[in-house]
Structures are given as C-alpha cells and as structure tokens.
Design a protein around this ligand. Structure first.
Ligand SMILES: [Zn+2]
Length: 76
C-alpha cells in the first residue's frame, strides 16, 4: 500500500502529507544505551568493553590500571 514512498524517494515537503510523514517517523526514536555493572568494582560500564574505572575485562586487568596505581604509590 505504501510502496510509493520508496519508489519516489525525495519529494517536495508539500507532496508528503502530515500523516504519511508521521507514520514514517513512528519507527524513528532515541534509545537509552545499555549499561551493565563491572563484576570487579561494580561501577556502571558499557557491555563488551573493558571497565574504564578498574581496567578489568573478563576477570583480567587488560588495561594495566592497577599496576600503574601501584607504581605511583611506590614513587611517593
Ligand atoms: Zn571495574
């Protein structure tokens, strides 16, 4: 029924009725990002990413953040 939208592509704004425009935009919406918690330090993190707070991913310190913090303590 609404195949004509894809057949003609860009048209002057007045050629697309308010209803047709709004029906098309019913599928457009912002979605909140998925957030999980780090199993090591419980801070909120993006899924499938290393933790920005402690540098852990899958139980390993992949960013070496803990080693650096220990070095700083030794220097003081
Ligand atoms: Zn963490």
């Amino acid at each position: 029924m609404r195949l004509d939208i894809q057949l003609f592509g860009a048209l002057p704004a007045r050629r697309i009725s308010k209803t047709r425009k709004r029906l098309r935009r019913t599928h457009l919406k912002k979605e909140a990002p998925t957030i999980t918690t780090c199993p090591n330090c419980n801070s909120p993190i993006a899924p499938h990413r290393a933790c920005t707070n402690c540098g852990y991913y899958k139980g390993k310190d992949v960013l070496g953040k803990e080693e650096k913090s220990e070095e700083k303590k030794e220097n003081k």
